[in-house]
Design a protein around this ligand. Structure first.
Ligand code: ZN
Length: 486
């Protein structure tokens, strides 16, 4: 069995001002051929899981290409065509491929291609014809009929924060074995819901997702069920198919697939009110965090969620904390210009900087800060926690600034706060902080969930706002809850 493994991974925020070039993939995740196996075999992501699963099943692995960019704006067409071209060229070059495992996100939007994964799967299908294709998807996928049509089995993440990517990769390899041996005759049904849910209500450790995913897990135990996915969807994509959906694949049991999909659909729809987010205004949130007697308190900047495609240079909470003269607070902001100025000044030197708010005008204005440069770092660290364990992150040159009791981390590249090493690698112990600002909705829990003593979700402005009615939707199918009361 010669199994090809690859993928293109991007969560596209169509409300972001800038488009995403090829360089953004090269800067974050890119490996081709033997380098792909070498890089990811010890990383707990889908590719690492697929390689481990293939080895367990004694497949021969042919690595194609794996590319991923940090969530951001619409992917430039030439970036997609270049990466898809590499994947398809490498696939076409294999002499006798028996199946393809793909690690996809499911919410990638490309210039002129609203359903980029559907298009990629269509091209792969055209190449391999009747050979099995199994693909994994993020829980934030916006699934489509084309994705369903051009793959044999689709498997969604079961967790958010996404700590099961490796397991889903292994599952994909096991399903591939069943398909190749003719033991699985996949029969899939897809039930989209007229429901846009925001990331902060999709955490699988919290209600309502906890109960929904518990029932999903029971369904997945049915021996006739190949894969059962509740896909929470990604609301920051103004495309027709955006939204939550259920995907059930059985072994030739159509009626059973419909029964389970209907049951989960009903369960979610009855709980739709629980997917409304209720957030605290900025000033009240800062006050609450500063007054917390148990620490650290986490201020969640949901609208500047880097993992949701926001710029990571929002200043609203920084300004709120400076205004309140908050102590022992740490704020992380992407600002290459401020980094350069601080590095030019040098360690121990005082600086006055205009920080953040430079990508667009939707996440707060630049804020003037006066501080002393505490530390300059290359900004590299490896994930040691439960999320993408082993993944090396590159923040670019990074500076730690002391600003009257507030610690300001300035990095060249926006970097998702999914692992405590982001701060520890800079000599900042998260547990010793009174307040930690995270530019994330839920995934920060993988880094600080176990030490957080108070959590305040803040009603910040930005392209990942929890108030979807603030976004200028034009293409999403209507009516859809909560844009309309259904
Ligand atoms: Zn996700």
């Amino acid at each position: 069995m010669n199994i090809a493994i690859g993928g293109i991974w991007h969560e596209t925020n169509t409300f972001a001002r800038d488009t995403t070039p090829l360089e953004s993939f090269y800067a974050y995740q890119f490996a081709r051929g033997a380098e792909m196996s070498r890089r990811y075999k010890s990383v707990r992501n889908e590719i690492g899981g697929m390689i481990a699963g293939a080895r367990k099943n004694r497949f021969k692995v042919t690595p194609l290409v794996f590319a991923g960019a940090v969530p951001s704006g619409i992917v430039q067409r030439d970036a997609f065509e270049t990466l898809a071209g590499m994947l398809l060229d490498d696939l076409a070059a294999i002499d006798g491929v028996d199946g393809v495992l793909l690690a996809l996100h499911g919410a990638m939007v490309v210039e002129g291609l609203d359903d980029a994964e559907g298009e990629l799967l269509r091209r792969v299908r055209a190449l391999v014809r009747d050979k099995p294709i199994v693909a994994t998807f993020d829980i934030h996928a916006n699934m489509s009929e084309d994705m369903m049509a051009h793959a044999d089995v689709l498997i969604g993440y079961e967790t958010y924060p996404h700590v099961d990517a490796h397991e889903r990769g292994m599952q994909a390899a096991d399903v591939m074995r069943g398909l190749a041996r003719g033991q699985i005759d996949p029969t899939a049904v897809w039930y989209p819901l007229s429901l846009l849910s925001v990331p902060q209500t999709q955490g699988t450790a919290q209600s309502p997702m906890r109960e929904i995913m518990a029932r999903r897990a029971e369904i997945a135990q049915d021996p006739y069920v190949v894969s059962a996915s509740v896909i929470a969807g990604y609301p920051y994509a103004d495309i027709e198919r955006a939204g939550m959906s259920i995907l059930i694949t059985t072994n030739d049991e159509t009626e059973l697939a419909h029964d389970y999909a209907y049951e989960l659909h009903k369960m979610i729809w009855e709980r739709r009110d629980a997917f409304r987010a209720k957030n605290t205004p900025v000033a009240a949130a800062v006050k609450k965090a500063a007054a917390s007697t148990t620490t650290p308190a986490i201020l969640v900047d949901v609208a500047d969620n880097i993992g949701g495609g926001a710029p990571g240079d929002g200043t609203v909470l920084l300004k709120g904390l400076l205004d309140a003269q908050a102590q022992a607070a740490v704020v992380t902001i992407a600002d290459p210009e401020a980094v350069a100025t601080a590095i030019a000044a040098g360690v121990g030197q005082p600086v006055t900087l205009q920080v953040g708010g430079k990508t667009d005008s939707m996440h707060g204005r630049p804020v003037t800060v006066r501080g002393t440069v505490r530390l300059i770092s290359s900004g590299e660290y490896a994930h040691k926690g439960s999320y993408m364990t082993g993944q090396v992150m590159r923040m670019g040159r990074t500076v730690v600034l002391d600003c009257d009791g507030l610690t300001l981390v300035l990095m060249e590249r926006k970097t998702m706060p999914f692992d405590a090493e982001q701060l520890r690698s800079l000599g900042i112990e998260p547990a010793d902080q009174k307040i930690i600002v995270v530019k994330s909705a839920i995934a920060w829990q993988a880094a600080y969930g176990d030490i957080a003593r108070e959590v305040v979700y803040v009603d910040t402005p930005g392209i990942c706002t929890a108030n979807l009615k603030k976004l200028p939707y034009q293409k999403v199918r209507r009516p859809i809850f909560p844009l309309e009361e259904l």
